[in-house]
Design a protein around this ligand. Structure first.
Ligand SMILES: *Cc1c(COP(=O)(O)O)cnc(C)c1O
Length: 735
């Protein structure tokens, strides 16, 4: 296994993920095995055979559920030591929700059966945390507690240490389960277990039982995957035989306090799980919901069938014939589960440990080159910028130019989640894209919209900027109401009606079809707070507020008033008014490095660009590489060909040693001319670079970072241009 390159391993893992559907199918079988445990289907045939089935073999069902959770959720915490706790939180949330729902569902039966009568707080806690509030529900708190324990242990301990600890705990558990009778009556150990059983009724719980299977699932994913089917089959047959022998012997000796835990269950699960992984099927997520439903609901059907059989006097058939009883419970549970999945959830997948596809989809979407969006930093920037705003003022982020290259829909939706409710875009088609992507709130189109596109403004509920008086007439003549913000030109002399033409501006308020919801201007010298720039900015600000005062005096309702963009907010925050149209600062960057050094709030970049190493090749002394023979090797060199080029937005001026990239935490020069789809870097000085490795064009690798300022300086422009040109061809991955 060591021989496999890391990328090879990653690829193999993606492949595994894509074909992990066998697990989904087996989940349904496992759920039906759990039903068997609770109905003893073969008991009317033969007690021993039934025990063999439900007291031994079917005991593989619950560990299997735990292992799939471990397999998908835990590798990132036990092996990769990821600090991203979102999947973990998602899992806990779902399980808690499921547990809560199930508790409520079974409450009437609890009450009817008198199980809640006279129970104290500690009993209640014991039920809630360990035993489950209904007999089968123990699994949910056990998986929650087990995952919690492992994730926390994984922060400090290596996987091996975690797994070893879980094994030891399982050993303790065994002594309180199948092996209990070996404790000498009243001995020290017995007394210890007696007092433990005050806290929980069984040792098959989140402490002694769940952790080892959860860890084993993760371990199989990352290090114990067996290659040969024959090994797996042999291992399985041997361990199942051992477990049957172990179970029957313990049962014969009468030492079992309970029959959930066996020594041989560990190897059985190890091999069984690998066997199921071999069933290469596409994932079928709906089966996860179905199996969870069967699991939750079947005791209810046991109760109902009992009741119905009593009333209809069909007990001999439905109760006393254990096979028919089992099949009836299975039948109703499956029907219920399918209806739940199809009708109530409408095909949506509720129950999945983690999106097992998440990682795989991401890998596929990354492909040859990609942009990573750091959602945490975006949130931090929103908080930092909000801290500069006066109380009534809100952010109106500029998400034009695909959110400065960051991905407009992605960013705007993330901002929606952070409570941002208004945006500005440059063009009407950008607005349409945002709406189609599901972005909520007000969207102001800052630029010119062609009259043929006016219907789109209404259809997609966009707000158009009135860019001068005659454009106001044009908009009004469309004949239907359009929402607008009125733009005033206070000195930039780009768009907007000139501030001194106050008569015309007032007239615009009389147009019937314009619903004026805001008035704004744009500053053009707000990068600095001193000298002529400051004087000019003040002139602009005064001209703007004169217009506002005049309009208000004449009884016009200006609606939302706004004039500041990123630099305006940083340098002149007291003029924030109703909205601040922040763009570049929101993305954690300013136009150049020196501005950032002076910035009063701390902002963090949201954007990284990464590309794969396609090929590593030798270049011998005297040979040239790339178009125009611009790079000639002076000595023998090693070159990495990176799968990203100027068509992806990399400035071509970084060619020939002007720019650098990071590979495995080291900076290396770009050599030769950057091509449309590829570029080359000299990796002679860094070891072990191979095809599939990641090169960082903007962002961090190990300790090193290439900030976007480097690219802006090397290509003689501002960060805004570098960012907004990046990546019409790149997927954006939210991290
Ligand atoms: C682009 C733009 C903004 C955002 O500018 P930043 O400097 O990136 O904050 C604000 N207002 C208008 C009119 C714009 O065109």
């Amino acid at each position: 296994m060591e021989l496999l390159s890391q990328s090879g391993e990653r690829r193999r893992e993606d492949e595994d993920n894509k074909l992990s559907g066998g697990l989904d199918y087996f989940k349904v079988i496992a759920a039906l095995l759990v039903v068997a445990i609770h109905t003893s289907p073969l008991s009317t045939v033969n007690g021993t055979i039934d025990f063999l089935f439900t007291g031994i073999l079917a005991r593989a069902a619950v560990p299997f559920f735990l292992m799939t959770t471990g397999y998908f959720l835990l590798p990132r915490y036990l092996f990769e030591k990821s600090g991203d706790y979102r999947p973990f939180r998602r899992f806990i949330k779902k399980e808690v929700f499921l547990y809560g729902t199930a508790i409520v569902l079974y409450l009437p039966i609890n009450i009817y059966a008198g199980q809640l009568q006279g129970i104290g707080f500690t009993d209640f806690l014991r039920m809630l945390v360990f035993d489950g509030t209904f007999y089968h529900l123990w699994y949910l708190p056990a998986s929650i507690l087990g995952v919690l324990l492992l994730v926390f242990a994984g922060r400090k301990l290596s996987f091996d240490a975690v797994f070893a600890t879980a094994l030891i705990f399982y050993g303790f558990g065994l002594l309180g389960d199948s092996y209990y009778g070996f404790l000498s009556d009243g001995g020290v150990l017995d007394r210890i277990y007696q007092s433990m059983f005050q806290m929980f009724s069984y040792t098959r719980n989140g402490l002694f039982y769940a952790p080892v299977f959860l860890a084993m699932g993760a371990g199989i994913r990352k290090k114990y995957k067996l290659r040969h089917a024959a090994d797996i089959a042999c291992g399985f047959i041997i361990s199942v035989s051992l477990m049957i022998f172990e179970g029957l012997t313990l049962n014969y000796l009468g030492v079992q306090r309970h029959n959930s835990m066996y020594i041989a269950l560990l190897p059985v699960m190890f091999f069984l799980f690998q066997m199921i992984l071999r069933i290469k099927r596409k994932p079928k997520k709906s089966l996860r919901t179905v199996s969870a439903c069967i699991y939750i609901i079947h005791p209810l059907f046991i109760v109902l069938i009992r009741g119905a059989a009593k009333i209809t006097h069909t007990e001999p058939l439905f109760i006393e014939n254990s096979i028919v009883h089992y099949l009836a419970v299975c039948f109703l549970s499956v029907i219920f589960a399918v209806i739940m999945q199809k009708v109530v959830l409408n095909g949506k997948v509720f129950y999945a440990e983690v999106r097992p596809f998440g990682a795989d989809k991401t890998a596929a979407r990354k492909g040859r080159a990609w942009i990573e969006i750091d959602r945490n930093n975006l949130r931090k920037n929103v908080c930092a910028l909000r801290s500069l705003l006066p109380p009534e003022c809100e952010l109106m982020p500029a998400v034009k130019a695909n959110a400065y290259g960051h991905g407009a829909v992605l960013i705007a939706k993330e901002l929606n989640r952070l409570g941002v409710g208004s945006f500005c875009a440059a063009t009407v088609l950008e607005g349409v894209e945002l709406r189609r992507g599901g972005v909520k709130g007000e969207i102001l189109i800052l630029g010119y919209t062609h009259p043929k596109q006016f219907p789109m403004l209404r259809k997609y509920r966009l707000t158009q900027s009135v860019i001068d008086f005659s454009y106001a007439q044009l908009l009004n003549s469309f004949g239907r109401k359009i929402k607008v913000h009125l733009k005033i030109d206070t000195g930039m002399h780009r768009l907007g009606e000139r501030a001194e033409r106050i008569e015309d501006i007032r007239k615009i308020f009389c147009f019937d079809n314009l619903m004026i919801e805001g008035v704004f201007t744009h500053l053009c010298a707000d990068e600095s707070k001193s000298g002529p720039d400051r004087d000019y900015t003040w002139k602009q600000i005064h001209a703007f507020f004169d217009v506002i005062a005049d309009l208000e005096k004449s009884g016009c309702d200006c609606g939302k008033v706004h004039l500041l963009a990123s630099y305006g907010l940083i340098n002149y925050p007291i003029y924030a008014e109703d909205y601040v149209r922040v763009g570049i600062a929101l993305y954690g960057v300013l136009s150049n490095r020196t501005d950032m050094e002076k910035c009063p709030v701390s902002l963090s970049p949201v954007f990284s660009v990464k590309a794969r190493v396609a090929v590593v090749k030798d270049l011998y002394a005297g040979e040239a590489a790339g178009y125009g023979l611009q790079y000639v090797a002076e000595s023998d060199r090693k070159i990495a060909v990176l799968s990203i080029g100027y068509a992806d937005g990399i400035p071509r001026s970084l060619s020939c040693g002007n720019g650098r990239v990071l590979i495995n935490g080291a900076a290396v020069p770009i050599v030769g001319r950057i091509c449309m789809d590829q570029m080359m870097a000299d990796i002679t000085d860094i070891p072990d670079v191979k095809s599939g490795d990641v090169a960082v064009v903007i962002g961090k690798s190990g300790e090193k970072e290439i900030p976007v300022y480097d690219l802006a300086e090397e290509s003689g422009t501002i960060t805004n241009e570098v960012l907004s040109r990046l990546g019409s061809r790149l997927n954006r991955i939210l991290c």
